[in-house]
Design a protein around this ligand. Structure first.
Ligand code: ZN
Ligand code: ZN
Length: 336
């Protein structure tokens, strides 16, 4: 499914892929999660989008062929392709272990073709090993889970945590938080009772609209909803010394707010991208906790409908595109 111009609907197209270069693997895609970032890409809200482009950065796939310098993966292995697709290895950020901030980083489904496809090429050095199990349920771990977990760590280890926007990322993190004995307070769109019920099912001790105040000041809050006005709201919900972490890549403008909301050593931070180390650590944790994503499945050609469901807030959990089984088998998708 290709984006031919920012803002235009994705279109099914056939693309001829080159043979994998030395560090690349040719992948047969099993499933690809639909992330809010894909919506920002599709809508042209991010800079530097070159069309045509295949979106998708929560890819569960099988290796079909490997370039001659690929180590660690062979044909038949299951791999995950996350958002971070390439780094330079030389800039100041790469050298200090902050490759998520690399000045020359490239990103799957944004500046590299991604997984809204039956086949794709990926740099094996940025792929992550994945266990067996239903591909669709693993896909959301690769961004919603992984970058969500980076935000979760950035929020500190307080006992109470607010989550603004109870979608793909929050529904995974609520499970992690519950496992760690932390109390989750879920904030949804005002009046979204279904999302509030979903949050309580997953262990939230309190769930209400984002226009409501929590019953007690929180230790920290994470913003998954791309709404700038939630920053002052979240600052008002955390205690002195509390932290507000913005997990999304794009947000509407933040309105002016009185300094007293920030006063008291409250802080605001953002989380950007991931490191490969984040990926390995989070996937090990997900396996230990037997994290399960609640998913709504769509055919590849239904990507636009999946994005619309995400945009309207109608999903409970995560949307995932599932490819026909033949796509991930050498020899290729059956042609009519
Ligand atoms: Zn994402
Ligand atoms: Zn770099």
């Amino acid at each position: 499914m290709r984006l031919t111009a920012p803002g235009a609907p994705l279109e099914l197209a056939e693309v001829v892929l080159a043979a994998p270069r030395e560090h690349e693997v040719l992948l047969g895609v099993e499933a690809c999660g639909v992330c809010r970032t894909d919506l920002h890409v599709r809508d042209g809200e991010l800079p530097g989008i070159h069309c045509p482009l295949t979106p998708g950065h929560e890819v569960v796939a099988r290796v079909l062929a490997a370039g001659r310098a690929v180590e660690g993966f062979k044909a038949g292995d299951r791999v995950g392709v996350p958002w971070l697709g390439h780094t330079c290895g030389e800039c100041a950020y790469c050298r200090r272990g902050e490759e998520n901030l690399c000045v020359a980083a490239r990103f799957t489904g944004y500046t590299l073709d991604g997984g809204y496809a039956e086949r794709m090429l990926a740099d094996a050095r940025y792929c992550l090993p994945l266990p067996e199990g239903p591909a669709a349920e693993l896909a959301p771990l690769l961004c919603a889970g992984l970058i969500g977990y980076r935000a979760y760590r950035a929020a500190g280890d307080g006992a109470s945590l607010g989550l603004y926007g109870f979608g793909a990322a929050a529904h995974l993190l609520a499970q992690v938080a519950r496992h760690e004995g932390r109390r989750v307070f879920a904030f949804t769109r005002p009046g979204d009772l279904a999302a509030q019920r979903f949050a309580r099912e997953l262990g939230a001790v309190w769930a209400a609209g984002s226009d409501e105040a929590p019953p007690e000041p929180l230790d920290a809050a994470i913003l998954f909803a791309p709404v700038g006005a939630l920053i002052p709201a979240a600052l008002g919900a955390v205690r002195p010394g509390g932290r507000v972490v913005c997990a999304g890549i794009h947000m509407s403008d933040v309105p002016a707010f009185p300094y007293r909301l920030l006063w008291g050593e409250r802080s605001i931070a953002s989380v950007a991208n991931l490191t490969r180390r984040d990926g390995r650590e989070f996937l090990a944790l997900a396996a230990r906790l037997k994290l399960r994503a609640r998913v709504e499945r769509f055919a590849l050609s239904d990507a636009e409908r999946a994005l619309e469901r995400l945009r309207s807030g109608a999903l409970a959990g995560a949307a995932v595109l599932e490819m026909p089984a033949a796509a991930s088998v050498a020899g290729g998708p059956a042609r009519p």
